[in-house]
Design a protein around this ligand. Sequence first.
Ligand code: NAG
Ligand code: NAG
Ligand code: NAG
Ligand code: NAG
Ligand code: NAG
Length: 399
Amino acid sequence: MGSSSNLLKVCLSVLVFVSTANAKSQSGIFNVVNFGAVADGKTDSAKAFLDAWNQACACDGQGRVVIPRGTFLAGPVSFKGPCKAPIVFQLTGKVIAPEEIQSENWITFDYVTGLNISGGGTFDGRGALTWSRTQCYKGGSCGKDPINIRFNFVTDAAIRGISSVDSKFFHMLVYRCKNVKFFSINISAPALSHNTDGIHIGESTGISITRSFIGTGDDCVSLGPGSENITVSNVRCGPGHGISIGSLGRYDDENPLYGIHVKNCTLTGTDNGIRIKTWAVSPTGHSPPGLASDFIFENIVMDNVANPIIIDQEYCPFQYCNKGSPSCVKISNVSFKDIRGTSKSKLAVKLLCSKGFPCQNVELSDINLQYTGTDGPATSMCTNVDAKIFGNVFPSTCV
Ligand SMILES: *[C@@H]1O[C@H](CO)[C@@H](O)[C@H](O)[C@H]1NC(C)=O
Ligand SMILES: *[C@@H]1O[C@H](CO)[C@@H](O)[C@H](O)[C@H]1NC(C)=O
Ligand SMILES: *[C@@H]1O[C@H](CO)[C@@H](O)[C@H](O)[C@H]1NC(C)=O
Ligand SMILES: *[C@@H]1O[C@H](CO)[C@@H](O)[C@H](O)[C@H]1NC(C)=O
Ligand SMILES: *[C@@H]1O[C@H](CO)[C@@H](O)[C@H](O)[C@H]1NC(C)=O
């Protein structure tokens, strides 16, 4: 182990170097190129990235890792904390993944408190080969393909102005994080790329996603169990499967999901709009309990969206469940306000709650969804819902 005085010397020497090169800089700057990274799109620069990170992370003052202009190939790399001080990760260039990765992760940030990622650059997962062979979306073997960028146990972070494209599996996963702000993020993958969810959040609190573009082959944003105080605002979503709460109620001991606010978003051409889904009973007759409460969806524009508003407590996409046997997840305090635009499915509002656990305190106000088809006006469904209706609601629902 290098003693801390040695590490301090390294930081200081970088500091001195930086301050001669740029008199204004007070921070330790760790450019990956100085650690052997090569911007040729061919040389694996993962070790150089990690070496730069480790030194920045060991600095007493703020360390800044810089990935400059150019295209860098990098295999899986895990940037681990805790670091001695807040750290900045400046991604200006483009980082591309190998076509094949034998890991469930590509870029990971672990146990970091105080993380800023910015710089306008891109993580390109080069997922085309993976999408062509996955069976996961059909209920086949799943979960071995790598996530583009994974945040585990990250606290107090701002991720701003970067892009993630063509992930092999999810683009971003936020797991057990606290107070993380995503701002001006671009996420894109083709409509027909399987499992390329934009941002999935699980077991996290205080996460916001703002002013971002997300278009993929799966959910733009999805929320698993155990999260609280999540805000999604000014997001444009599409193509994809919309903004999803769930799936919940598949596993035992899922933690409650509380306090989700989705506002001022536009969904374009997506397969669902706002969706809450909980699993139907398993083939063994099992249906774990769960709690999902305090959701506000407001000021949302639907542009040619299928199922713009949907609560489905009989979610059963594959063979893992008994279709028609609703889940035991209790949904309450859900408000849909000012949701307008066009639906490409005739059934524009579907509220299918559980017979055993009806949805409680569901509010609908100022809804206007017009069906784009020609076989009559938009319709709605309302089953096992305790609903309150305010303002004009079209199609009229729960009356
Ligand atoms: C980190 O990002 C936030 C939000 O973008 C910003 O307010 C803050 O000043 C940044 N911190 C550093 C150390 O760059
Ligand atoms: C995201 O995409 C928008 C629209 O295409 C573009 O204006 C913006 O600069 C992009 N942002 C980043 C961080 O690439
Ligand atoms: C909710 O999360 C935001 C960060 O997205 C944070 O600023 C705010 O303090 C949190 N509020 C509560 C009540 O936890
Ligand atoms: C709503 O989001 C759009 C971008 O999608 C933004 O231009 C506009 O300022 C936002 N409005 C509010 C009230 O935040
Ligand atoms: C739903 O809201 C009511 C009234 O605002 C509140 O008393 C209740 O605790 C909430 N339910 C849950 C499960 O949070």
